[in-house]
Design a protein around this ligand. Structure first.
Ligand code: ZN
Length: 464
């Protein structure tokens, strides 16, 4: 059984671990050192919040009616872009923004680029690429995905494989907009913000910061600033538009601001470490967000019993908060009480308004740790449930393979491993495991057919 001592925010760390049967991943390094190597963060709470920011804007822009996938990129620089169904956003953007409105404004601007058809061809290619392939190219970390091909045009080939090398170049050329496109996207953004009764001040604040950014952030150059030119004239025009809006003085609803504060707190605790978290807590004295940060920090770096007491107090303050229950589950797992952890995760699953696929997988892991044949069967149901909601959760397939293995269902384990490779974009290994699975299955049964789909898959065709 994996040592599951961290919340789902750290699940990403396991994404690139080898998806082979029976190989447990030792999680021993410190959280922040660990986190630095993790390109994508998976977290039910943060993904739900960013989706809540994006949904009304996308609706106003007439985009993405069938849901948006949020991809949280672990990078301290500022970046955000939308390929189509997926919204990529850096943790650095989320922690820099003091209000939801700042992020919502940037999303509105991105929606403006999509509605304007800017960079549509590249965006289509990105949309066809697996999430991890996009990330690998973005971060110039092609080596993390097997079977990569080198291409100096960077993301242009992302639909077919992963571009390695020249990562910086790819980053600079990715979705680089023309100045006229910027003006159009700004105007559209204001239209969407007006339609949803929100202010453009957050967007203005963010773009204004980029204009003076070099001195502010030291050596760090934000990719967003490179791809979106911000000449003085553009900011001046935007300022006029923002101040003309009847919503200019609107602020975010307090409940949304609180969720935003809790998100910033969580990223600080898990990704930036104890000192960064303490600094942020001091900026929000007496707040629920500070309490949340304190409980999480105690869980990661302090006493487990104290962390549990602090989390119980949070649950008392917000009994319907799914993510407080999730934290309680994480703590109980660390305390080696999987049965109680499973109860907490089950509550989290039932309370989660966003129906995240991550929470059922956590519940499944707790049930696996309980270890009885009955709980293993329940674990399989829960993990499949979670993967049904969220197919790209590579870690989930590994737990599923492990659970099948422990139940003696070897072809099931092989197929789960094949799926894990498949959704990571590692088609070669996916096929190997799918063929191994088929050898022990009845020809034509549903699982055999799924294995056949993986074997037949050609990366240039799109399957869902
Ligand atoms: Zn732009």
């Amino acid at each position: 059984m994996l040592n599951r001592s961290r919340s789902t925010i750290a699940q990403a760390a396991r994404v690139f671990a080898t998806l082979s049967l029976g190989v447990a991943v030792a999680v021993t390094s410190s959280v922040s050192a660990f986190a630095q190597n993790v390109p994508v963060i998976r977290d039910a709470e943060i993904e739900a919040l960013v989706r809540d920011y994006a949904r009304p804007i996308f609706k106003a822009a007439g985009l993405a009616n069938d849901g948006i996938d949020i991809v949280l990129v672990n990078d301290q620089s500022f970046n955000a872009f939308v390929t189509g169904r997926r919204l990529f956003i850096n943790t650095g953007a989320l922690t820099t923004a003091e209000t939801p409105n700042e992020i919502i404004g940037v999303i509105a601007h991105e929606a403006g680029h999509i509605a304007g058809g800017h960079q549509q061809k590249l965006r289509d290619q990105l949309e066809r690429a697996k999430t991890m392939a996009v990330i690998a190219t973005l971060l110039g970390a092609g080596a993390i995905v097997a079977g990569a091909t080198t291409n100096s045009r960077g993301l242009a080939s992302a639909g077919m494989g992963v571009a390695t090398g020249g990562g910086e170049m790819a980053q600079r050329s990715i979705l680089a907009y023309q100045r006229t496109e910027e003006m159009t996207a700004d105007r559209s953004a204001i239209t969407y913000l007006n339609a949803t009764g929100q202010s453009g001040m957050g967007m203005l604040k963010t773009f204004h910061r980029f204009q003076t950014a070099l001195s502010l952030s030291g050596a760090q150059v934000d990719p967003y600033r490179i791809s979106h030119p911000m000449p003085q004239e553009r900011i001046a025009n935007l300022e006029v538009l923002v101040k003309q809006s009847p919503n200019v003085d609107k602020v975010d609803p307090p409940a949304l601001q609180q969720r935003h504060d809790m998100m910033r707190m969580k990223i600080a605790v898990y990704m930036d470490g104890q000192a960064a978290a303490s600094r942020l807590m001091r900026k929000m004295p007496g707040s629920l967000a500070a309490q949340y940060g304190d409980a999480q920090s105690t869980y990661l770096f302090g006493n487990i019993a104290t962390a549990l007491a602090k989390t119980n107090a949070l649950i008392k303050a917000q009994p319907k908060n799914a993510y407080f229950q999730e934290l309680r589950g994480d703590i109980l797992m660390k305390a080696n009480k999987p049965k109680e952890a499973a109860d907490a995760y089950a509550k989290a699953v039932s309370l989660d308004p966003a129906r995240s696929g991550l929470l059922p997988v956590s519940l499944g892991q707790a049930l696996m740790a309980v270890g009885t044949p009955e709980s293993l069967k329940k674990a399989v149901v829960q993990i499949n449930n979670g993967l049904g909601r969220d197919k790209e959760n590579s870690a989930g397939y590994r737990y599923l393979a492990q659970a099948y293995g422990e139940l003696g269902d070897i072809p099931g384990a092989e197929l789960a491993t094949a799926e894990g490779h498949f959704y990571s974009g590692n088609y070669k290994d996916a096929k190997i495991f799918a063929m191994r699975a088929q050898q022990q299955m009845k020809r034509g049964e549903p699982r055999w057919l799924r294995a056949q789909d993986i074997i037949n898959y050609a990366p240039s065709t799109k399957i869902k």
